[in-house]
Design a binder for this molecule. Sequence first.
Ligand SMILES: Nc1nc2c(c(=O)[nH]1)N[C@H]1C(S)=C(S)[C@@H](COP(=O)(O)OP(=O)(O)OC[C@H]3O[C@@H](n4cnc5c(N)ncnc54)[C@H](O)[C@@H]3O)O[C@H]1N2
Ligand code: MOO
Length: 399
Amino acid sequence: MTVSLETHRTEVERLLALADQRRRARPADSCSLPQALGRRLARDVAAPEDVPAFDNSQMDGFAVRSTDLRSAKTAPVTLPVAAPIAAGASAGSLTPGTAAPIMTGAPIPAGADAVIPIERTRPGDFSAPEVTFDAPAPGGQYVRPRGDDIRAGAVLMPAGTSISVAGIGALTGGGLTSVEVEPTLRIAIISTGDEIANGQIPDSNSAALAAACAEIGAHVDRFICSDSPHEFDELLDRLDHDLALTIGGVSAGAYEVVRQALSPLADAWFDHVPLQPGGPQGRAVRAGLPILCLPGNPVSSLVSFELFIRPGLARRCGQVDPDRPRGTAPLAAPLTSIPGKLQVRRGTLDEHGEARVIGGAGSHLLAAYAVATHLIFVPAEIEELAAGDTVAWWRIAAL
Ligand SMILES: Nc1nc2c(c(=O)[nH]1)N[C@H]1C(S)=C(S)[C@@H](COP(=O)(O)OP(=O)(O)OC[C@H]3O[C@@H](n4cnc5c(N)ncnc54)[C@H](O)[C@@H]3O)O[C@H]1N2
Ligand code: MOO
């Protein structure tokens, strides 16, 4: 039965949710920190130590006892300069009645409780033997106390947090080198057809789809299967993935291995959606494994991945912006489209901000797609568009 694009999208979402459930049921991964960007924490992470680990200066200036500057309220106070404390030095202690040059991040010496920035002192120079202060300072001024960012044992980031760039920094700053993260979604991409299995045609579709899945953070394994339904069944029996994407074998030919093998299943659906390219589609759940079946024509498989699968998959893989950037633009040149189907052309936005189609509508024209930066949409009810008419676009590649 033909279904609307919306119905198919909803059904694909249902299968992606199932794939996500399978992923979550697998054990957590241990991941070293720089690699953990974008992964979700499998459990709460407690800070192993106080951050910062010691009281330290927030400014380049002089470490003082605030009590030594009390009288600066009425008259300037001049103190002898003690040995300087660089960031990386050990803490030491401050002799009462002296001021120690201290750099940002350097440990506050025992006895000191405030820092006066260099620009609020006279002569404003670290090499002078004495330093004069014109105002008192409250205790704690410009001191970053130990544990101010996070206390040892406190939850630094709770389970489920998507590890951001700042998260990598905070976890590393907390003394961690690896974390337990939720497992990555594992996808099996299965190219079908004797022409692929015997090498007559390069397996360009699964190469492209594998790149698309890897780009959004999924783990991908690629398989090739001949037109034998038995071989296809045996291959599916071996998979332990969260999701399978099949390519080809879904339309009206005599050797449609995917449709033949899967359509007897209770939950299976194989038919057309009102889309060009990407009309023939299928989906099934086999022994708990959700399977999304894409048409074999190269442009068709990529366009249907973009429209139906990528948004939900990217969101589940933790992408910050799961949707492609979208907008509208005037068409650079007239075009015609087939009635009753959403047509997806490939093109770019030119220097005038106009949408310019590249190549024809045919679903084998992958070379033109390869230099396109945008998908350009012609609605189902439209047969002709004039130059200047508004079209919707999604950006799929860098300009
Ligand atoms: N009588 C009809 N024929 C076709 C219809 C139809 O409605 N009635 N639909 C056409 C449309 S639209 C599409 S799209 C294709 C989809 O066909 P399949 O999904 O069954 O794909 P195949 O027949 O297996 O292959 C189509 C085409 O793509 C090439 N291909 C397949 N896999 C790969 C791969 N991994 N890498 C590169 N190229 C691949 C294959 O060699 C064929 O040329 O059906 C139309 N026919
Ligand atoms: O709908 Mo097919 O995908 O055009 O070749």
